[in-house]
Ligand binder design. Structure first.
Ligand code: ADP
Ligand code: MG
Length: 333
C-alpha cells in the first residue's frame, strides 16, 4: 500500500508539472494568437483540458490511497501495541507459573517437614510418658513400699514399747536407717526430675557432681574438662546441656562398652561448645535408621534441644571407632 501510494504521489507530481507546462504554453499561445493557427491553439487547449482531467482523477485516487495508508498505519500501530501487551502478559504469566510451581515444590517440602514434626511431636509425648512411667515405678518400688513397711513397723514398735523396751529401741533404730535410705531414694528421684544444684551452684559444679556419681557406679571412667569463665547461662540452656550430658552418659553406660570417656565444656565468646566422646564400640547411621521405629528418643531429643536453642548438633560414630557428640549453642539465644 505504501509503495502504491508513493507511486501515485510521483505520478501526481509528474502530472502537476506537465499541467503547469501546458498552462504556460496556453498562455504563450493566447498572447501571440496571431502567430499560431486556430488548429494549433485548439490542440493546446484540448491537451490542457485532458491533462487537467487526468490530474483531477489521479489526485482523487491519491487522496483515497493516502487515507487508506494512514488508516492502515494506525491499525499497524495498534497491532504493535497489542503485541507488546501480549508479550508483557506472557512474561507475567511465566513469572506466575514459576512462582506457582516453586510454591508447589515448597508445599511438598513443607508437608514433609510437618510430617516429620508431627512424628517428632508424638515421639516427645511418648518420651514424656516413658519418663513418667519410669518415675512412678521408681517411687512405687522405692519410697512408697518403704513407707508402707514403716507404717507396719511403727505399729509393731508401739506394741513392743510396753512389752520389751530394749527390742522396741532396736526396732526404732532399724526404722531410722530405713527412713534414711528412703530419704536418699527420694532425693535421687528429685535430682532426676531437676537437679536443684543447677539453680544453686550453676551448671559446671552440677556436671562435676553428676560425673563423680557416674564414675562411682560405672565401668567407664569419665573425665571432665572445662574451659572458659564460669558465666551464668540462661536456665533453659543450662538444663539442656545438663540433660544432653545425662543422656549421653546413659547411652555410654547402656550401649558403648567404653573404658574411657570425656565430657568437655567450653565457654567461648559467643558459644558454648560441648563434646562428649567415648572409646566404645560405636554405631553406624544405617543401624540407627534400620531400628528407627523402636529406637529410643535419646539422640533425637538431644538434637531437638540443641536446635530449639539455635545451636548445631552433630554425631560422629562408626562401628569400632567410638562415639563423639558435638553441640554448639549460642550463649545469647
Ligand atoms: N555412646 C554410644 N555408643 C554406642 N552406641 C550408641 C551410643 N549412643 C547411642 N548409641 C546407639 O544409638 C541408638 C540410639 O540411642 P538413643 O537415641 O539414645 O536411644 P536408646 O538409648 O533408647 O536406644 C542406641 O540404641 C545405640 O545403638
Ligand atoms: Mg539412650
Amino acid at each position: 500500500m505504501k509503495k502504491k501510494t508513493d507511486e501515485i504521489i510521483r505520478e501526481v507530481d509528474k502530472l502537476t508539472k506537465l499541467e503547469k507546462d501546458i498552462r504556460y504554453r496556453l498562455m504563450i499561445v493566447n498572447k501571440n494568437f496571431r502567430e499560431h493557427s486556430e488548429e494549433e491553439i485548439k490542440e493546446v487547449y484540448e491537451k490542457a483540458k485532458e491533462l487537467q482531467l487526468q490530474l483531477m482523477i489521479k489526485k482523487n485516487e491519491e487522496q483515497i490511497l493516502i487515507e487508506k495508508r494512514n488508516e492502515l498505519e494506525l491499525r499497524l500501530k495498534a497491532a504493535r501495541e497489542t503485541l507488546k501487551k501480549a508479550e508483557k502478559l506472557m512474561s507475567q504469566m511465566a513469572v506466575i507459573l514459576g512462582y506457582l510451581c516453586g510454591d508447589l515444590r515448597n508445599i511438598h517440602l513443607q508437608l514433609e517437614d510437618i510430617k516429620e514434626k508431627k512424628h517428632l511431636g508424638i515421639k516427645v509425648i511418648q518420651a514424656q510418658e516413658e519418663e513418667r512411667y519410669r518415675l512412678s515405678r521408681e517411687i512405687h518400688d522405692g519410697p512408697a513400699q518403704i513407707l508402707a513397711n514403716l507404717v507396719l513397723k511403727s505399729e509393731l514398735c508401739e506394741k513392743l514399747i510396753d512389752i520389751d523396751t530394749e527390742k522396741a529401741k532396736k526396732e526404732l533404730k532399724a526404722l531410722r536407717e530405713v527412713m534414711r535410705s528412703s530419704l536418699q531414694d527420694v532425693r535421687k528421684i528429685i535430682y532426676d526430675l531437676r537437679p536443684m544444684s543447677l539453680d544453686d551452684l550453676g551448671l559446671i559444679p552440677t556436671v562435676e557432681r553428676l560425673i563423680a556419681q557416674y564414675n562411682e557406679t560405672s565401668d567407664t571412667f569419665v573425665e571432665f574438662k572445662f574451659f572458659g569463665e564460669k558465666v551464668k547461662l540462661l536456665p533453659i540452656v543450662e538444663v539442656a546441656i545438663f540433660r544432653i550430658i545425662q543422656e549421653a552418659l546413659n547411652n555410654i553406660k547402656k550401649h558403648s562398652k567404653a573404658t574411657n570417656a570425656l565430657v568437655k565444656i567450653e565457654f567461648s565468646d559467643n558459644n558454648i561448645n560441648l563434646v562428649i566422646r567415648d572409646n566404645g564400640i560405636g554405631f553406624s547411621k544405617e543401624s540407627l535408621r534400620k531400628a528407627d521405629e523402636d529406637r529410643g528418643y535419646g539422640l533425637m531429643s538431644m538434637e531437638e534441644r540443641v536446635t530449639l536453642l539455635n545451636g548445631k548438633f552433630e554425631i560422629n560414630s562408626s562401628p569400632g571407632n567410638g562415639t563423639k557428640i558435638t553441640a554448639t549453642i549460642p550463649i545469647d539465644i
